[in-house]
Design a protein around this ligand. Structure first.
Ligand SMILES: [Zn+2]
Length: 279
């Protein structure tokens, strides 16, 4: 079974499933499930990821905050956390892509985002490989959220075949890749007209989003050379994967579009309060 992105597919992932799980481990959180966090402005419409039946709607002050759970076929369950509100009731049948509420920052949340969980038979699984913008059967064609994240949505200002815009001239170093796990390395968009997000590591892949200049994104991995060559690129091109089927150019044909960003200083320990579910 596949699932639609509950937010526009171009939304920035601020915490991956693996990071959620890792964070739980290092903090000895037992009652904690992985998910994906996407940064979305408060009030953004949140869509059901698949057809299903609403099983829970809650207004909690802690944990997931205001949240909705939807039971799907094949033992799948999705959870939408930290919402502002919802427009569904327990027992409602919802369709994939249907707006079920608005995002916010309720519960244990450090900023406006959607915490999205996928469980199969009550075990959390990484939603990323199952997320799509289009469901071939049963779902809403296009998988679109109202007003955003449409695949093929390109650069403002028209045709842009390349990975980004013109850089101010000269060789720009890409910086040093940060290594201090568990924080994910981040890249900063330096192209002054922003940078396309593509479905794969190469300019031949379709555009699925766009990052404004100076945006910082977490990098899941560097794309390997084979896939770069296979996509019509040059051997010394560098591409960075920032989400499921989301890639940005770091260096293409000698032009640098994104540089490594320094990691933020580690957060101060909080001896008294331990958050069970957050982020
Ligand atoms: Zn989260």
């Amino acid at each position: 079974m596949q699932f639609l992105f509950p937010v526009p597919a171009s939304s920035i992932v601020t915490q991956s499933f693996a990071e959620h799980v890792h964070r739980a481990k290092v903090n000895n959180w037992t009652n904690y499930n992985g998910g994906i966090d996407w940064a979305v402005p408060s009030g953004s419409p949140i869509a059901a990821a698949q057809d299903g039946t609403v099983s829970t709607v809650r207004n909690d002050a802690t944990g997931y905050g205001t949240h909705v759970r939807i039971q799907h076929a094949e033992g799948y369950l999705t959870i939408y956390g930290h919402l502002m509100d919802f427009n569904v009731r327990v027992g409602d049948k919802v369709k994939a892509g249907q707006v079920i509420g608005r995002s916010d920052n309720t519960g244990n949340s450090t900023g406006p985002h959607l915490h999205f969980e996928l469980r199969k038979n009550n075990v959390a699984v990484d939603p990323a490989p199952l997320l799509t913008t289009f469901l071939p059967a049963g779902g809403e064609p296009g998988g679109g959220m109202p007003g955003g994240g449409q695949p093929g949505g390109g650069m403002p200002g028209g045709e842009q075949p390349g990975p980004g815009g013109e850089m101010p001239g000269g060789e720009i170093p890409i910086g040093e890749e940060p290594q201090s796990f568990p924080l994910m390395p981040r890249a900063r968009v330096i192209s002054n007209i922003g940078l396309n997000v593509r479905m794969g590591p190469g300019v031949s892949h379709p555009i699925v989003g766009w990052l404004p200049p100076e945006t910082q994104v977490e990098v899941l991995r560097k794309a390997d050379a084979e896939s770069v060559v296979g996509s019509g690129g040059a051997a010394n091109d560098l591409w960075l994967q920032i989400g499921h089927q989301q890639f940005i150019a770091q260096r293409v044909a000698g032009e640098v579009y994104a540089v490594w960003a320094p990691l933020p200083p580690p957060a101060a320990p909080k001896p008294r309060r331990r958050r069970k579910k957050s982020g």
